[in-house]
Design a protein around this ligand. Structure first.
Ligand code: HEC
Length: 174
């Protein structure tokens, strides 16, 4: 009897969910922010997922200055348009994304190096964060992590000085 009640309850929940989806009532417009509930559910799901999936990755630390510069170049090519940098604004069209890409200045406070590596490699479903595993090798991905962990990702003015120094090979950027 108890089992039948549970099955009935579950069936009702599934029917209601299907009706809600079919009704079109959920607004998928990216021009409006997530509701607080949707925001909490998606952020909590993402945080726990990243922490679980990255738990067995060992970061090849300490990172070298060469890695930070190589990571800076890759960041210039692949990331800065969406995530910006100290004293460098994101592209204006990025404001139309929901969720919008955060500045990564304090990313090392939120994530361990292995977690940053995992996010970059695999991306985040249902956001505009792409998976880079097809276009960046493990080595290049660790370089970007080295850059995110280092001072140029935080100190105002240093990023633009590195830009002006012409550190990156013209076409490769990695
Ligand atoms: C097309 C835009 C876009 C590009 C290009 C992009 N990202 Fe993202 N990224 C996002 C979005 C959107 C999120 C937000 C995901 C969320 O809120 O769950 C994100 C999230 C992240 C996060 C997690 C931030 C946090 O603290 O929650 C990291 C780290 C990150 N991106 C790194 C990178 C790096 C490194 C690159 C370049 C290799 C890159 N991203 C390129 C859109 C982009």
């Amino acid at each position: 009897m108890l089992l039948a009640d549970w099955a009935l309850g579950l069936g009702l929940v599934l029917v209601c969910a299907a009706l809600f989806i079919r009704s079109g009532a959920f607004d998928v417009a990216a021009s409006k922010p997530h509701s607080l509930l949707t925001y909490w559910i998606t952020q909590a799901t993402m945080t726990h997922s990243v922490k679980l999936h990255a738990r067995d990755i060992a970061a090849p630390t300490p990172f070298t200055a060469g890695q930070v510069i190589a990571g800076f170049c890759a960041y210039e090519t692949h990331c800065v348009m969406c995530h910006g940098a100290p004293s460098v604004a994101r592209q204006p069209w990025v404001n139309g994304m929901t969720p919008d890409p955060p500045y990564l200045i304090d990313a090392p406070q939120r994530w361990r190096p292995a977690e940053l590596f995992w996010i970059i490699r695999h991306g985040v479903k249902m956001t505009a964060m792409p998976a880079w595993e097809a276009s960046m090798s493990d080595r290049e991905t660790w370089n970007v992590v080295a850059f995110l962990e280092a001072a140029p990702n935080r100190q105002p003015g240093l990023y633009t000085k590195m830009r002006q120094a012409g550190l990156c090979p013209p076409a490769s950027g990695q």
